[in-house]
Write a protein of this length. Structure first.
Length: 209
């Protein structure tokens, strides 16, 4: 369901589906408002130890509908991804609820002249949709990203049909900046992308207060 720019190649690599072995590993828990007992979300490094939970949503065609990669078809393919791509990525986090991995979130910092910004990507298991978990994870990624990655802007690219993801970004203070026409090949079809962005200054004056 929720993700922004991601790409998988030969079951091993894909851009923007996130990162791991970074000093940015201990994240402050995010408490989601609830009228009874608020759940607690934490962002922790995704690893091979989370394979079983990872497979629950990474093999779900409905979850991967708006992603650039297809659902994983085998545990071995997913295991390879976790042991290679994730292990080498500097900011690839698991979204955790009561020690269960319900999704993942990433920040990809640009290089060279684009090092002032990072691209956000995220995905949440279907059973946790529309319950505030994606919003809480994105808010924590913003707090950490601006503080630790030293970027001035965080942006996200969303499929026009992915309304739920667009609502999450708007709740987190992102500004809808426009539509990039015929921007990307999505599973063999040319698709537009809605671009959302938030600057450090805007974040500090709104969500960061």
């Amino acid at each position: 369901m929720y993700n922004v720019a991601s790409q998988k190649t030969s079951g091993i690599t894909y851009k923007g589906f996130l990162k791991l072995n970074s000093p940015i590993n201990l994240i402050t828990p995010v408490h989601i408002p609830n009228h009874t007992h608020p759940p607690t979300i934490t962002l922790t490094p995704l690893s091979i130890n989370h394979l079983e939970d990872f497979l629950e949503w990474a093999t779900d065609d409905e979850v991967t509908k708006h992603l650039l990669w297809n659902s994983y078809s085998s545990p071995s393919e997913a295991k390879t991804f976790l042991e290679t791509v994730v292990a080498q990525h500097p900011w690839f986090k698991a979204i955790c609820v009561d020690k269960k991995i319900i999704g993942s979130i990433t920040l990809d910092r640009g290089t060279g002249c684009k090092s002032c910004k990072a691209e956000l990507g995220y995905v949440v298991a279907k059973k946790y949709w529309s319950r505030g978990y994606g919003t809480a994870a994105v808010k924590e990624a913003l707090r950490t990203g601006f503080k630790e990655l030293d970027v001035e802007r965080i942006e996200a690219l969303v499929d026009p049909d992915n309304i739920a993801s667009q609502k999450i970004l708007e709740k987190c203070g992102f500004v809808r900046e426009g539509c990039l026409a015929s921007y990307i090949l999505h599973k063999g079809m040319l698709r537009d992308r809605i671009i959302f962005g938030i600057t450090r200054d805007h974040y500090l004056h709104t969500e960061g207060k």
